[in-house]
Design a binder for this molecule. Structure first.
Ligand code: F0G
Length: 465
């Protein structure tokens, strides 16, 4: 039997206000599905004190003093200061008590340069913000620390999500850390083992449903109507708030210089929305004077948003039956497509889609820079190459790829790629011939030094550095 949370299904709006992105209604609290009770659209959090026309901005939001505060917190011993998310808490919805934050020291992720990938793409300045370096290995942790803390504050005992794997891994970890119980719905057979094993280890009730991600989402929406469970999918606007901090931290790492382009993989489209919201708020608050163009890349087999933008300018979205080996973004009916469309329009970004072979090659190229990422993250580089060819990205412009997941999330993909079996028996087999130069299969030898040295010499001749 599940306990009633103290505040039932009502989530207080706090000083940040909930607002419907469709009809503009401002409910005092959110329903459990985080949908507007009037029109069914998604909710977002707004900060009236920042935006009211004519009102002077509060001194507590002065960019120069905030930059100093945020930098100083890096040296603090307080868990909330050492979190790379809560470090920026002035721009997040406030908790009743700072001690209430469930944190695993998320955020604080590296910004790398990618010289080999830059050369492959034909540009000079290519950077990667590696959100896969978060505690559970994906960008989800930035949003999860915020939303799970609000779940606990509101008195919920259970949290839940439908997931392609990363959200569930992250949710399970934060729930365990915060003594909450977690329910995971994932598509059977379409979640990488790395991600599945995380949910198990952190003690989630893990249900593998005989359906895809979109089917899991449908079932979960039914479940939360019947039980007081806190929904932790990215329709939850508190998750979006946490994910904003990746953009704030990126700007800090660039000494508040705005890159020309930010390129993001698109699945359920929460992350692109979060990053866009952050940049736009940072501009509003006077941290920056222009916005980067945010572009969204999908896999060809899971491209409902690309189609929507190309076919009708993002006015409507027709769900697709999604299929891609980049299982993280195997989503046919993205919840946050309207939010993502707003970000494209606001920033002047675009969309692109990439094939399975293109994304597999891009993943290996990112690996060749010593970084590595999971397949879904690699669509960013594959997409960038196309954007350069299209002339949308100019060779002298600065580009940041958002790498969303760690290489170790999906070792099976990587092993099969290097062994040359990833596309065996699929319709991509012929096209995959181009991948040969990127493959580094393991060599099985007898246990003697001569054999190893002979192999090394051959390797040195065939693959000069
Ligand atoms: N990259 C990775 C590694 C992901 O796990 C996801 C989404 C995305 C990109 C797409 O981000 O949904 O915000 O557009 N993963 C979700 C999950 C759906 O359940 O883990 P998005």
């Amino acid at each position: 039997m599940i306990n009633q949370p103290t505040s039932a299904s009502k989530i207080p709006a706090n000083v940040a206000r909930l607002r419907c992105i469709g009809c503009g209604a401002e409910p005092e609290s959110a329903a459990q599905d985080f949908r507007c009770q009037n029109c069914g659209d998604l909710l977002e959090l707004t900060f009236p004190a920042w935006t009211s026309a004519g009102r002077t901005q509060p001194a507590s939001l002065d960019p120069e003093s905030l930059k100093k505060t945020w930098a100083q917190r890096r040296h603090s011993r307080e868990p909330i200061d050492r979190s790379g998310v809560w470090r920026f808490r002035e721009l997040l919805p406030p908790l009743e008590d700072d001690q209430g934050a469930i944190t695993l020291r998320e955020g604080n992720t590296p910004l790398y340069d990618l010289p080999r990938c830059a050369a492959a793409a034909g540009i000079r300045n290519l950077l990667a913000k590696h959100q896969g370096m978060n505690p559970t290995g994906s960008f989800k942790d930035a949003g999860m620390t915020v939303a799970s803390s609000f779940a606990r504050q509101a008195g919920f005992r259970w949290v839940a999500c439908a997931s392609t794997g990363n959200t569930s891994a992250s949710m399970a970890a934060y729930a365990a850390r915060g003594s909450l119980r977690s329910l995971v719905l994932i598509p059977e057979g379409k979640t990488s083992w790395g991600k599945l094993s995380q949910a198990l280890e952190y003690g989630a009730l893990t249900c593998q449903l005989r359906t895809d991600f979109d089917g899991c989402m449908r079932v979960l929406n039914e479940v939360i109507k019947r039980m007081p469970i806190y929904l932790l999918n990215s329709v939850n606007p508190y998750r979006v708030e946490g994910q904003k901090t990746a953009a704030i931290e990126l700007l800090e790492q660039l000494d508040w210089q705005v890159p020309d382009h930010v390129i993001v993989p698109g699945g359920n489209l929460g992350n692109s929305s979060a990053l866009g919201k952050a940049f736009s708020e940072m501009k509003e608050l006077g941290f920056i004077t222009r916005l980067p163009k945010i572009s969204i890349i999908q896999a060809e087999g899971a491209n409902p948003f690309v189609r929507s933008v190309r076919e009708n300018g993002g006015k409507t979205l027709t769900p697709v039956q999604a299929d891609t080996m980049a299982t993280a973004i195997r989503i046919g009916n993205p919840a946050s497509w309207k939010k993502a469309m707003r970000i494209l329009e606001l920033t002047g970004g675009t969309v692109e889609q990439v094939s399975e072979v293109e994304l597999a090659q891009a993943k290996a190229e990112i690996g060749s820079d010593g970084i590595g990422c999971e397949p879904a993250s690699a669509v960013t580089l594959a997409g960038l190459k196309k954007l350069v060819k299209r002339g949308f990205v100019k060779p002298q412009e600065t580009v940041v790829l958002i790498l969303t997941g760690n290489l170790l999330k999906d070792p099976e993909f990587t092993l099969k790629f290097h062994e040359g079996t990833l596309f065996s028996g699929t319709s991509y087999e012929t096209a995959a011939a181009v991948l040969k130069p990127f493959q580094h299969p393991p060599v099985i030898l007898d246990a003697n030094a001569d054999a190893v040295l002979r192999t090394l010499e051959q390797f040195d001749k065939s693959a000069p550095h």
